[in-house]
Design a protein around this ligand. Structure first.
Ligand SMILES: [Zn+2]
Length: 162
């Protein structure tokens, strides 16, 4: 596992670097006319481009970074130290792709890891250099909250807050 993980971490670092070094996405260049003005609004342009390349809708984060979900070992097979390294590297990839995760303080890598992998299945659209994506995990429905009750404010009742 250790050798496999070393390779995976190196690949994730390369993905992070590649995204950091990309000066705007290629689509940014072609969405402007010669005067540098947007041909149409950027979201519409990106949606049409994705439609053209992929036939339907948006891709997932996995497709974006070119790794299959199976590349990520299940949490029970990893030690705490391995999980910490892997979660840290995945978050570096997210930062390079301009995704800011909203995670309560104190969440362990073992709890966070499967949630990161789950979110990466969802439709993802690279914001280019234009903005950031705020990634929520909890939608303030305690029954669907992925975190333990003591960590997430959605589970705190008014009574307990006093
Ligand atoms: Zn919550």
């Amino acid at each position: 596992m250790e050798r496999y993980l070393t390779q995976l971490l190196a690949d994730l670092r390369a993905i992070t670097r590649e995204r950091q070094n990309r000066c705007g996405t290629t689509t940014d260049h072609y969405s402007l006319n010669e005067a540098g003005r947007p041909i149409k609004d950027f979201a519409t342009y990106q949606a049409e481009l994705h439609q053209f390349f992929y036939g339907e809708g948006e891709g997932s984060m996995y497709r974006e970074i070119g790794l299959l979900p199976e590349a990520f070992p299940p949490a029970p097979r990893l030690t705490d130290a391995q999980l910490r390294a892997l979660v840290s590297q995945i978050l570096d990839v997210w930062t390079a792709y301009r995704i800011i995760p909203t995670v309560p303080a104190g969440i362990s890598p073992r709890r966070l890891y499967p949630e990161l992998l789950r979110i990466m299945h969802e439709p993802f659209q690279d914001p280019g250099e234009d903005g950031w994506i705020q990634q929520e995990f909890c939608h303030f429905l305690p029954e669907e909250c992925p975190w333990d009750p003591e960590f997430c404010s959605c589970c705190w009742t008014d009574g307990e807050a006093e």
